[in-house]
Design a protein around this ligand. Structure first.
Ligand SMILES: [Zn+2]
Length: 444
């Protein structure tokens, strides 16, 4: 008995250092094992441990349980606030260290576990608990945002943008559709419920943003932007239905009307100047084909208008034309007047010549030029002739068909002549004056 006691004491004494060393070794072995254990092994191990704990608690007596919980309570009540902070800080530092050293697999597993835990907790929380949690989260987030440095902010936004970009790059067509639908619904809801102040603030913000973008964009960006807009617009126009088209035009017209109704005198002047400059530029640079196409289009349009106009519209149009002509006549110079009268005389002579031909009746015994078929053909010829527009050159006073004239009232020959005075001009004594009466009669 004495020997046994001695032996135990001796063993205790000898083993105090040895015991620690052995424990350390054991712990180290366990840690090494854990470092290489698979996820499945880990789960099994923890499950086993938890089951052991649960079993122990199931078996413990009420007295033991009371002692256990009381101890815990005692510890937490005895702990000073300072001690508590230190303890939590230590715990948090340890946790941080673990997180820094964990492998990628460990990280994924930890996050999955945390996320499951969180989900479970949130599912069980009451509405009050939820409110408290959200408020706490928001306060925390707000505090974090307020205290972050510019670099941190940049890094955070970059991180978010990267995640977003990655998501957008890898999303399927269905995911994309679903996302856009969701975003649109959200936006619609926001727009539907925003107040007038919110709306004003939003528009102001959007405009400022747009202005800033436009102010800072490079020439390439501008070109790319305009090209993009034009492509979208073209696509829209190509695929719009008749109703959509009608609605669009109505909208555009209403918008334009509103603009015209509210524009100031300066705005109006500026607009007209701009439009005129644009038109002049177009006319100056158009090719012969473009010109022909334009005139044909204008004529067709005019013809259609004349064909479908009502009596009132016709009266209004003529009144307008007359007023315009009156105004023009009042303003024309003596040279312009002379030119106009001369053009009218030429036109009158042609008409009289045609009328003279159709005055007498058919006579097959009459000279050829007085027979009906010859007259009819000649009449047709003169009709054709009178359908051609003639212009008088204001320099050489020669008459040309419209095609031979430049855009002004000067013929191509006189236009090319850069001498002063021009060769065929009145200033060079090339105007023979009024045509004598005997030469004015048209002959066949
Ligand atoms: Zn000329």
């Amino acid at each position: 008995m004495e020997m046994l006691k001695n032996q135990t004491e001796k063993k205790n004494f000898i083993n105090e250092d040895e015991r620690r060393a052995r424990l350390d070794k054991k712990n180290e072995r366990a840690r090494a094992k854990r470092r290489t254990e698979t996820e499945l092994d880990k789960r099994k191990r923890l499950e086993k441990r938890n089951e052991k704990d649960r079993a122990r608690r199931r078996e413990e007596s009420t007295q033991d349980k009371k002692i256990r919980l009381g101890k815990r309570k005692l510890i937490s009540s005895e702990e000073s606030p300072q001690k508590r902070v230190t303890r939590l800080e230590d715990k948090s530092a340890l946790q941080k260290k673990h997180i820094q050293n964990e492998t990628a697999v460990q990280r994924v597993s930890r996050l999955a576990y945390v996320s499951t835990l969180q989900k479970k907790r949130r599912a069980a929380e009451s509405s009050e608990e939820r409110a408290i949690r959200l408020e706490h989260d928001n306060t925390f987030k707000k505090k974090q945002l307020e205290s972050e440095s510019t670099e941190q902010r940049t890094a955070r936004l970059e991180h978010i943008s990267n995640i977003q970009k990655k998501r957008l790059d890898t999303e399927s067509a269905e995911q994309r559709d679903a996302r856009l639908e969701y975003v649109n619904a959200l936006q619609k809801k926001r727009l539907d419920t925003e107040s007038a102040e919110q709306r004003d603030a939003r528009l102001e913000y959007v405009n400022a943003l747009q202005k800033k973008r436009l102010d800072t964009e490079s020439a390439e960006q501008r070109t790319a932007r305009l090209e993009h807009i034009s492509r979208i617009q073209k696509k829209r126009l190509d695929t719009e239905s008749a109703e959509q088209r009608a609605a669009r035009l109505e909208h555009v017209n209403a918008l334009q009307k509103k603009r015209l109704d509210t524009e100031s005198a300066e705005q109006r002047a500026a607009r007209l100047e701009h439009v005129n400059a644009l038109q002049k530029k177009r006319l100056d640079t158009e090719s012969a084909e473009q010109r022909a196409a334009r005139l044909e289009h204008v004529n067709a349009l005019q013809k259609k208008r004349l064909d479908t106009e009502s009596a009132e519209q016709r009266a209004a149009r003529l009144e307008h034309v007359n007023a315009l002509q009156k105004k023009r006549l009042e303003r024309e110079s003596s040279e312009e007047r002379a030119l106009r009268l001369q053009q009218m005389r030429v036109f009158q002579q042609k008409r009289e010549a045609v009328q003279n031909m159709v005055q007498s009746d058919d006579d097959s015994t009459a000279p050829l030029l007085q027979q009906t078929f010859a007259r009819t053909r000649m009449m047709k010829f003169h009709e054709e002739l009178s359908s051609i527009d003639f212009n008088i050159c204001s320099v050489c006073l020669e008459t040309f068909s419209g095609a031979k004239m430049t855009k002004s009232t000067i013929c191509q020959r006189c236009c090319r002549d850069k001498k002063d005075p021009k060769l065929y001009s009145t200033n060079n004594n090339m105007d023979p004056g009024e045509v004598p009466i005997e030469l004015q009669v048209s002959t066949q």
